[in-house]
Design a protein around this ligand. Structure first.
Ligand code: SAH
Length: 394
């Protein structure tokens, strides 16, 4: 597992002045005896091994603890019954496993479940479990809010608050894993929740290291992990250099800069050509087929001309185009195209020889689209329409 770095790096082991268990002192904490417990999901194997060694516990306990958390779905140290009682007590004093509370839990009739999590600092994020045949896919957030400002997306309407930590990204995965039946296993991860994963790349990569670790972590093949990005060329290059062979999905949404600048304002800083160049470099390095996502907005980017331009743009690339009908966001003026318009658009692309996929709608009745539930809970309760989660991998 990687060592976490940057502003969200884990705090050091509690020092000698700390009083184990003091966090539960009756009458409330005082300046002297307060010990904030460490989020264990922020910790790496070497860090936990060191902590155990410092306390004269054998090193192999670290592996046992991580397997309990990531594979055996424990949510308390007490459940780790093959650890000595003394160790469990010390772990409980020093660490927390889950730090968020579940502010909302919604079930869709199609098996999709969505969690709205309230983080320790009050920030709220969403994550989703999708059941599709044998697949158990999860959609995970990378930031509280989003700075990209895509005009049709609920996540970015209030801007970005902050990056999530490695532990907060992992916590979503574990909380969704806990929703599974004992005989169900997570199979796919898509970083397509709130936020721009490539704007928080170090933490996303740290968390995905654990997700793909089959010895101590979740054991999900990197082929089944998708990072979805608005398209930030330098960060795409960094991802390629990190030698993490994840599936890359690029949210294109428009076939020319004039339209994309309107729909995806950060495009003004990059332009489509630079994004496609970076995508080509990613493909050359990883040989992984890319996915381009295209949210279909009625009357805006669903014309025959747009389809033709898209064909020109993507022709010759080993890529899949994932067309997603817009999910209405209350208060936004965009429209879901009619089924006929969707069909026609699809036909035009297929005629042009483009690999195109239209995803089944999932979670229609629970606002499963990016950032929708959070906004719903912040405002007046109201019924919003469709939701759907775009593409994933093999
Ligand atoms: N920031 C990343 C990942 C999060 S958004 C990105 O841009 O890819 C995940 C996907 O959901 C993106 O393709 C985004 O454009 C799409 N999306 C956002 N709001 C949507 C909506 N209301 N309807 C349909 N798709 C939406």
């Amino acid at each position: 597992m990687n060592t976490t770095s940057g502003p969200n790096a884990p705090r050091p082991t509690p020092g000698a002045h700390s009083t184990p268990g003091a966090h539960s002192t009756p009458g409330g904490p005082t300046a002297v005896d307060t010990v904030e417990r460490i989020p264990i999901l922020d910790w790496t194997m070497p860090q936990l091994t060191q902590w155990l060694t410092d306390r004269s516990f054998p090193k192999f306990r670290a592996g046992q603890i991580f397997r309990w958390i990531y594979q055996r779905r424990a949510n308390t140290f007490e459940q780790m019954t093959d650890l000595p009682k003394e160790l469990r007590a010390q772990l409980d004093s020093a660490f927390e496993i889950f730090r968020s509370t579940t502010a909302a839990h919604q079930h869709s009739s199609d098996g999709t479940e969505k969690l709205l999590l309230q983080l320790a600092d009050g920030g709220r994020i969403e994550c989703v479990l999708l059941r599709d045949g044998p697949r158990r896919s999860i959609c995970v957030s990378s930031q509280v809010g989003c700075a990209m400002g895509c005009v049709f997306c609920a996540s970015g309407l209030d801007g970005v608050e902050r990056n999530l930590t490695r532990g907060e990204i992992l916590e979503q995965m574990l909380k969704l894993q806990q929703l599974l039946e004992p005989d169900e296993r997570l199979s796919h991860i898509v970083m397509m929740g709130m936020g721009e994963p490539l704007a928080n790349l170090p933490r996303v990569l740290d968390a995905l290291e654990v997700a793909k670790d089959s010895d101590l972590g979740l054991g999900i093949s990197p082929r089944r992990i998708t990072i979805s990005t608005v398209g930030l060329p330098p960060a795409i290059d960094k991802l390629a250099a990190a030698d993490a062979p994840y599936h890359l999905a690029i949210s294109l949404h428009a076939p020319n800069d004039e339209l994309r600048n309107r729909l995806v304002p950060v495009n003004k800083n990059t332009g489509i050509d630079a994004i496609l160049d970076a995508a080509d470099r990613y493909f050359d390095k990883t040989r992984r087929r890319l996915t381009f996502e295209y949210v279909l907005l009625g009357g805006l980017n669903d014309s025959v001309q747009c389809a033709r331009q898209l064909v020109q743009l993507l022709r010759g690339r080993t890529a899949m185009l994932n067309v997603i009908p817009y999910n209405p966001v209350p208060g936004l003026p965009y429209e879901t195209p009619s089924p006929d318009a969707v069909l026609q658009f699809r036909r035009n692309l297929l005629d042009g020889g483009i690999n195109v996929m239209f995803r089944q709608r999932k979670g229609d009745d629970i606002q499963a689209a990016c950032g929708q539930l959070r906004r719903l809970r912040e405002r007046e309760p109201q019924v919003v329409g469709i939701s759907q989660l775009p593409g994933s991998t093999t």
